[in-house]
Design a protein around this ligand. Structure first.
Ligand code: AMP
Ligand code: MG
Length: 665
């Protein structure tokens, strides 16, 4: 906005803000992750919180504050395990078909819950139900199926097989012995533990009080999920992720919500969070840049105050660790990946400790790097990876989408650390991968390359047939490389041969076979109702765009098939916006729809999703490179069958794609 500060006081304020933004203060005291942890641990109490008694119905997920000693035996008496007869084993010795033993029945039937009254004397037996109390004198149970009733007065049974002493009896205390330590403190109570406690008659136990963790977000741009997104707005995802991660770590989240970057309101909220909770976690507003204020507020909340602001970590540099009175207060970086990473590194262990849980044992595996990873010198860097089973063991594929990505963690099996003094890890390096969450489960099928919505249909159809596929979106070229290294089963690609204009055929190579996929129509996209292009053909619209210097285009990244198409259409022209080259059809559509550009080239289904005008140009072929060495794997065969399946093809067509004929492969 053009302003004259001399005449306009609002203009002066804007220029001041511009100067502040450009002046980016630096972090004064960036420390190593180890030093940050040392300072934090020295100042915070990590002992388990006090105990509280909870009833059986509320025990699930809680952590035992003390060992539980069994107050009774289970079973509480010697118990019959089958329906049959309580006998003296000695009476049955030598019983056979030729010489059955005859035992007279006592005048008693022992059902569950009945205390026996009659002793089993030599030569007698008593009818007993599963779960019945073994009567005095008996030391074995024979199954009803192995006896014959002799109708006499009194009735008797004939036994054709001997019983050993103890047969079909569970002795008192054989399950749980009175006085035995049943469960140890620090155990997280699951359904099985609930069952054990109930079996001992315990209606309540002492558990560690859950640390109450206040969760706050700050940022003028934040919008609560469920509400419409305004221009420039982003959903507050950190609040929800962190609250859920607090539960996983054994804490009780208290959601305070998202606050604008406004000092007074945020300070009030932080003070009430400190009053109400044991730990306070705020995300956002932590870099010392424009409009970021969290650390400024924290610095006046009380002693001892900020311990660390700036950690030589990637992601996570702007992390701020503080203690106010005896309460830890952590300001996580706003970017979701950074926020989750630093939460798990610094906050989750503290919550676990205060919740009485033992530290989480890190599970690690060795895996090879398929590509070189460069890293910033001076910061310990954590790289999120997906694990793939290769021919010679595990392969760790970096999945990083940048620290702003919310999905990075969900597609990740683990991470590897690159030392602050190392500038790169070479392809082929064997690295130690720390597993995140569940231990690695190898997918049945690995698909690496370009992503497409219709691919989700295929993956869904595979899932219905019991095959788990993992798709890693690394673009067409990345897919070609992964397939040639044999790191995936299939690589979805859409690359045009610039010399012939033919899609994908040039990518087939020894060991790599091209499987036809589907065609997606690419076209000129513009905002519906933009009079400059409405009603034209693609060729006319392009001509109009190139003739008008006010029109701004959005390009595609070099290496993409669409870029080759665009360059062909432009024929050497370089209109404004040519240098802006996002990596996906969605990004092009978003740029046009949000007026950051006026036209671009994208596929029809995406144009439809963003409600853009669409003028068809040429179909793009989305095919698959099949790694031939893997074609006999059941999941690969299922994949090929799914491509031929009529229902699947109809679903693909419904998305606006045209499936190709499938030669039998
Ligand atoms: P900040 O730490 O406030 O400088 O924020 C850095 C980036 O993280 C910005 O792109 C924010 O929009 C984003 N961000 C901050 N807080 C959140 C949040 N609660 N949920 C999602 N993104 C956030
Ligand atoms: Mg912010």
């Amino acid at each position: 906005m053009a302003v004259d500060p001399k005449r306009d006081s609002r203009g002066a304020a804007i220029l001041d803000a511009v100067r502040r933004a450009a002046r980016q203060e630096q972090f004064l005291d960036v420390v190593s992750a180890a030093e940050a942890r040392r300072r934090f641990e020295a100042c915070v109490d990590r002992s388990p919180l006090g105990a509280q008694s909870v009833p059986l119905s509320e025990m699930l997920g809680r952590v035992l504050a003390a060992d539980v000693v069994a107050p009774v035996d289970a079973p509480p008496f010697d118990r019959a395990n089958v329906d049959g007869f309580a006998v003296r084993a000695a009476d049955t010795a030598g019983a056979s078909d030729a010489a059955p033993r005859r035992l007279v029945l006592n005048a008693e039937v022992i059902a569950c819950g009945v205390e026996p009254a009659v002793e089993v004397a030599p030569g007698t037996a008593t009818a007993i139900a599963t779960g019945g109390v073994i009567p005095r004198g008996a030391d074995a149970v024979v199954m009803v199926e192995q006896t014959e009733l002799i109708e006499n007065d009194p009735p008797a049974i004939a036994l054709r097989r001997g019983a050993s002493s103890g047969q079909f009896i569970s002795y008192a205390g054989s399950d749980i012995a009175r006085g035995e330590t049943l469960l140890r403190r620090g155990t997280r109570i699951g359904s099985r533990e609930v069952g054990m406690l109930a079996a001992c008659g315990l209606a309540a136990v002492e558990v560690v009080r859950r640390p109450r963790v206040a969760v706050l977000s700050t940022g003028d741009e934040l919008v609560e999920p469920g509400r419409p997104l305004r221009a420039g707005g982003v959903y507050d995802s950190n609040g929800a992720i962190i609250a859920a991660a607090v539960v996983e770590a054994g804490g009780e989240p208290v959601a305070f919500g998202a606050f604008p970057d406004e000092e007074t309101t945020l300070e009030l909220a932080m003070r009430s969070a400190l009053d109400a909770c044991d730990i306070v976690v705020l995300s956002g507003g932590t870099s010392k840049g424009a409009g970021d204020l969290s650390h400024r507020i924290v610095s006046r909340l009380g002693k001892p105050g900020i311990l660390v602001h700036g950690v030589a970590l990637k992601p996570g540099k702007p992390l701020c660790l503080a203690v106010i009175g005896d309460k830890p207060l952590i300001v996580l970086p706003g970017f979701p990946t950074s926020a989750i990473f630093t939460f798990h590194a610094f906050v989750a262990p503290l919550i676990r400790a205060r919740a009485g849980l033992p530290p989480e044992a890190a599970k690690t595996v060795k895996a090879q790097l398929p590509v070189r990873i460069v890293s910033e010198l001076g910061r310990e860097e954590f790289v999120l990876v997906s694990l793939i089973v290769g021919a010679d063991g595990l392969i760790a594929f970096p999945t990083g989408k940048g620290s702003g990505a919310v999905t990075a963690f969900s597609q990740t099996d683990g991470f590897l650390a690159i030392d602050a003094l190392v500038s790169a890890l070479d392809a082929g390096t064997s690295a130690e991968v720390t597993l995140i969450g569940k231990a690695e489960t190898a997918p049945d099928l690995v698909i690496m390359g370009s992503h497409d919505v219709a691919l989700d249909v295929v993956v869904g159809a595979l899932a219905e047939r019991g095959f788990a596929a993992r798709t890693i979106a690394i673009g067409s070229l990345g897919g070609v490389n992964a397939a040639s290294r044999g790191e995936c089963d299939l690589a979805p690609v859409h690359l045009v041969d610039p010399s012939t204009g033919v899609y994908n055929k040039h990518l087939a190579a020894p060991g790599l076979k091209l499987v036809p996929g589907w065609r997606r129509m690419q076209g000129f996209v513009f905002r519906e109702g933009d009079a400059r292009f409405a009603g034209m053909t693609a060729a006319e619209a392009l001509k109009a765009a190139l003739a008008d210097p006010a029109v701004l285009m959005v390009n595609r990244n070099a290496g993409s098939g669409t870029r080759v198409l665009i360059d062909g259409l432009l024929g050497g022209a370089r209109p404004a916006g040519y240098a802006n080259h996002p990596r996906s059809h969605n990004a092009v559509a978003a740029a046009v729809s949000q007026c950051r550009a006026d036209w671009g080239v994208a596929i029809a289904p995406v144009a439809k999703m963003y409600r853009l005008g669409f003028l068809p140009i040429a179909p793009e072929h989305y095919d698959f490179l099949l790694v031939e060495a893997r074609r006999e794997r059941p999941a690969v065969r299922a994949f090929l069958a799914v491509l031929r399946d009529q229902t699947v093809r109809a679903r693909i067509r419904a998305l606006g794609m045209e499936p190709d004929d499938q030669p039998s492969i």
